[in-house]
Design a binder for this molecule. Structure first.
Ligand SMILES: CCCCCCCCCCCCCCCC(=O)SCCNC(=O)CCNC(=O)[C@H](O)C(C)(C)COP(=O)(O)OP(=O)(O)OC[C@H]1O[C@@H](n2cnc3c(N)ncnc32)[C@H](O)[C@@H]1OP(=O)(O)O
Ligand SMILES: Cc1cc2nc3c(=O)[nH]c(=O)nc-3n(C[C@H](O)[C@H](O)[C@H](O)COP(=O)(O)OP(=O)(O)OC[C@H]3O[C@@H](n4cnc5c(N)ncnc54)[C@H](O)[C@@H]3O)c2cc1C
Length: 664
């Protein structure tokens, strides 16, 4: 008997049968949009220049063969993944000038996503933290040398702070840097096993330098954690004597990045290798403290701000995938019928599906847009600090960057998981891109400051403000002005169609204020009978809740404010509904806080719920176009389910063809 045709032959037969232009369901969705896509995209990306740059970068990457993937990266083992990412990374960097990517917040992450994807790479920390550390912490007169060397990749660096034994608690780091005034050197040493550096990205194989955080000792005194520029490997890339270094093995995600470990044995570096912009050790060992104790943590603040934008884009991309897929599932065999006899519906028509998708889509917009103005705030603050003029803004920036980082990374990770589930079985396949997105995003909940630890930093700031308000002499940062407003007795929220932005903001501010003062009162009461730190620990769950609510209020206010700037009326109408959906969904999720003390009546709560259902129905016809407004190309999305043309099934077959198990 003649043998069956190979899986490959069969696959091509199906492919020819199915693939024929865009999926008609998705085309119909696009045709039904109530707004002009280009106008909306210009609003989302602030202006058409940014949109145009996205397109230019995409075309540049697509036209360069060195960025092609001969084998889909999902089918590679870890060595092959690292090899692929490293090759692509070098090509990416070699072409930086040609495509002129200079914008760190928008263009650089896009360029990286298009060329490499979400696996990170050997230079992630070099660009993500080493260069920013040099920028933030090197004296002006000395910056050119190291910066040029790092920028030109003559040296490749990482940021080595976390140790086996301590990550969050920086004051207890154990690596030491002891100044030897006789040789004018620092001796870097790992005194215990738990002092070994653990986690720095790119350390395992790639970096030959590191910005190392170590406890400074000079003239026999401990001066706390400080940063040092340390060479780790020689020109042949072998570890230098006194340095032991390696890879820490596979992780949940980011596996093309060689996160590493690092141990020092009385390793000597010149005095000038201490980053001395803010604090100094003179040749004789005299220590000069910084103008603000926490200036040494400045690079982390900058990277937390970078992360917010980067992470939000992941949620946007996940929403694009799930919405497009929901519009095409099932064009041939539909899941069920809403009205018997009228045929089956797209899964996007199920109210439960809309409830899974659209609040996540709404959530993806405010955070990304906020970041753009945070970018300028951070530049402003950095300038003030560089001029040694104004340290007053530092606590505000620290609180805001920590809070946004904690709330957004959590919401992004949760949102991606919810969107993955909404795609049923196919969401579980790596072809969907959800597993890689989730693994990438959820890392952000931990690195650059564990989220709970970050929320507790925000809470410190809020408790300080509450104390000032209670003392009647507050000096309020802009982000905290509402905390001094008079108490509000009842909520103003009403039907989503009639309630104003001011009503929504009023209620969010009132509830957050109550939460902050209730926590403050509990804390001060406990402090009467407990040590301060014990009282803080006893209140820490409430402290986190108050911090989260403060950040959410900030996001709601800014989303509504941003929508008001939209010049195109049709886009503004849809975005306004999306902003209200975002706010109502938060109220619904945090109902306990809103209903406490009868602030929000049961009737109002019911209006909130009903409002959500009505807004889902109102947004439904625009959902695919709203997903398109993220202007994410297929190359950036890297998802079989989220393809722009909606031809999911042939693409899934094609993807599965590449599995090594199908090769023989
Ligand atoms: C190509 C481009 C791609 C772009 C795409 C982006 C992605 C790019 C990929 C990155 C890939 C992964 C990169 C991971 C890289 C790491 O993970 S590096 C390691 C990061 N580690 C951390 O973040 C550790 C977290 N821990 C901390 O930050 C600090 O220890 C803590 C938690 C803030 C506490 O600090 P502490 O000094 O022990 O605490 P304490 O003495 O209690 O002092 C607190 C006081 O200091 C203040 N304070 C603390 N920190 C600060 C600060 N930073 N500023 C100002 N004040 C501060 C507080 O406000 C507080 O003030 P008061 O209330 O007393 O007035
Ligand atoms: C993918 C990835 C990449 C990384 N890259 C780098 C890098 O390049 N360079 C680098 O130096 N580090 C890096 N890290 C390490 C990262 O910065 C730390 O893991 C992070 O700061 C948390 O520290 P930890 O792991 O010690 O957690 P811990 O601090 O041990 O936290 C464990 C638990 O204890 C809780 N906890 C800790 N302190 C408190 C507190 N005061 N109050 C209440 N709860 C508390 C936390 O909330 C958490 O639940 C990376 C980590 C990951 C996952």
């Amino acid at each position: 008997m003649e043998r069956d045709s190979s899986p490959s032959d069969q696959f091509h037969r199906y492919k020819n049968l199915i693939q024929n232009g865009d999926n008609p369901d998705i085309t119909k969705e696009r045709q039904g949009a109530s707004f002009n896509l280009y106008n909306m995209q210009c609003f989302v990306y602030e202006n058409d220049h940014k949109l145009q740059r996205r397109q230019e970068i995409l075309e540049f990457v697509e036209s360069h063969r060195e960025f092609d993937d001969p084998v889909h990266p999902h089918f590679l083992n870890r060595d092959e993944q690292i090899d692929r990412a490293t090759r692509k990374c070098l090509a990416m960097v070699d072409n930086l000038d040609a495509i002129d990517v200079t914008d760190y917040f928008d263009e650089a992450p896009l360029y990286q996503l298009l060329t490499i994807g979400r696996e990170l790479h050997c230079l992630s920390l070099h660009y993500g933290m080493f260069l920013p550390t040099i920028q933030v912490h090197t004296e002006k007169s000395l910056i050119l040398g190291p910066f040029q060397m790092a920028a030109s990749k003559a040296i490749l660096g990482t940021f080595a702070q976390t140790e086996l034994g301590h990550g969050s608690n920086l004051s207890k780091l154990e690596t030491t840097a002891t100044y030897d005034a006789t040789t004018k050197e620092f001796v870097i040493h790992t005194p215990t096993m738990s002092a070994g550096k653990w986690w720095p990205g790119g350390l395992g194989k790639s970096a030959n330098y590191a910005a190392v955080m170590a406890q400074l000792y000079t003239s026999g005194e401990s001066k706390g954690p400080h940063l040092f520029m340390v060479q780790l490997r020689d020109n042949a890339h072998a570890p230098l004597p006194g340095v032991t270094v390696g890879d820490i093995g596979p992780k949940l995600g980011n596996n093309a990045n060689d996160n590493g470990f690092l141990i020092f044995d009385h390793y000597r570096i010149p005095r000038r290798n201490m980053f001395m912009k803010y604090s100094k050790v003179e040749a004789d060992g005299t220590y000069i403290p910084p103008p603000h104790a926490k200036l040494g943590f400045g690079a982390m603040v900058l990277v937390r701000l970078l992360m917010i934008r980067d992470q939000t884009c992941q949620l946007g991309a996940a929403a694009v995938i799930a919405i497009r897929y929901s519009a095409v599932r099932h064009s041939a065999v539909r899941q069920g019928e809403i009205n018997e006899g009228e045929g089956e519906v797209q899964i996007l028509d199920y109210r439960t599906q809309q409830y899974r998708l659209l609040p996540q889509l709404a959530r993806s917009f405010p955070s990304s847009q906020r970041m753009r103005s945070r970018n300028s705030t951070s530049k402003y603050v950095t300038k003030q600090i560089n001029n040694n003029a104004n340290m007053e803004l530092l606590p505000e920036l620290h609180a805001l960057s920590s809070g946004l980082k904690a709330v957004i990374t959590w919401e992004v990770a949760q949102g991606i998981e919810q969107l993955r589930l909404s795609c049923g079985g196919h969401g579980y396949s790596r072809a969907s891109a959800f597993p890689d997105m989730y693994a990438y995003a959820v890392g952000g909940c931990t690195y650059e400051g564990e989220n709970i630890v970050m929320l507790l930093q925000v809470a410190r700031f809020l408790m300080m403000i509450a104390k000032e308000v209670r003392s009647g002499n507050p000096k309020l940062a802009e982000i905290a002005e509402y905390i001094a407003k008079p108490d509000a007795v009842t909520a103003r929220i009403s039907s989503w169609k009639t309630c104003s932005d001011e009503d929504i903001i009023h209620d969010f501010e009132a509830v957050t204020r109550k939460l902050i003062f209730a926590t403050f009162d509990r804390l001060t009461t406990l402090e009467r009978t407990m040590k301060k730190k014990e009282a803080w620990n006893a209140c820490s769950i409430d402290l986190c809740k108050a911090a989260r609510m403060h950040v959410k209020t900030y996001l709601v206010k800014n989303f509504l404010a941003r929508v008001r700037t939209c010049e195109d009326p049709a886009s503004r109408t849809v975005m306004h509904t999306l902003a209200k959906l975002y706010a109502f969904d938060l109220i619904s999720g945090g109902g306990g806080h809103f209903m406490k003390g009868g602030f929000l009546s049961e009737k109002q709560f019911n209006e909130v719920q009903l409002g959500i259902y009505e807004m889902l129905a109102a947004i439904r016809p625009d959902s695919v176009a709203l997903a398109d407004s993220w202007a994410i190309s297929d190359l950036e999305l890297r998802s079989v389910l989220g393809r722009r043309d909606g031809n999911v099934y042939p693409a899934l077959l094609e993807w599965a063809q590449q599995s090594p198990l199908n090769q023989n």
